[in-house]
Design a protein around this ligand. Sequence first.
Ligand SMILES: Cc1cc2nc3c(=O)[nH]c(=O)nc-3n(C[C@H](O)[C@H](O)[C@H](O)COP(=O)(O)O)c2cc1C
Length: 171
Amino acid sequence: MLDLLYRRRSIRKYKPKKLDSETVQVLIKAALLSPSSRGFQPWQFVVVDDSDVLTQLASSKKGAGFLKDAALGIVILADPAKSDVWIEDASIAATILHLTSESLGLGSCWIQIRERQFSESETAEQYVRRILSIPENLKVASIISIGYPDETKTPYGDQDLQFDKVHWHNY
Ligand SMILES: Cc1cc2nc3c(=O)[nH]c(=O)nc-3n(C[C@H](O)[C@H](O)[C@H](O)COP(=O)(O)O)c2cc1C
């Protein structure tokens, strides 16, 4: 696990190669295995592999453009009526997808949607909701872009770790 965590980086360049259906199933299972507060599982997922839809989603905000070249985008939704800590639960599912992608030799990146803007008059959440026909009761937290990596990034090493952020016994 620690090796995977040192290796994991945000990958924003992807080869033009689709994922096979077994790989997509592994990712879906991983998302559904995410822990959630009191086991309420307030999340839902929209799995997008259509490149026209990915291109539309890539315009949802600044810093999402690379999604158009991804093989897959998994949009993470959550129902606040099901859990008061839906943001945490949605974030854990996003993290699980990011790490599972790495474990499969895939590159992935978190794209923040919640609290981001599409334009001055429309939030990124409203835009994604419009594109994907997401019902009003569900919040749009993030999108995880996934694909075969077309960039290599230096893995982390111990020199990158800020041990001074760790306090023992007392602050
Ligand atoms: C909550 C969160 C939101 C993020 N949103 C974006 C985003 O919208 N676009 C993007 O390109 N990267 C996004 N990232 C990726 C970060 O920029 C990246 O994790 C950070 O720069 C560290 O790089 P690394 O992942 O390679 O270690 C996000 C990461 C997190 C955890």
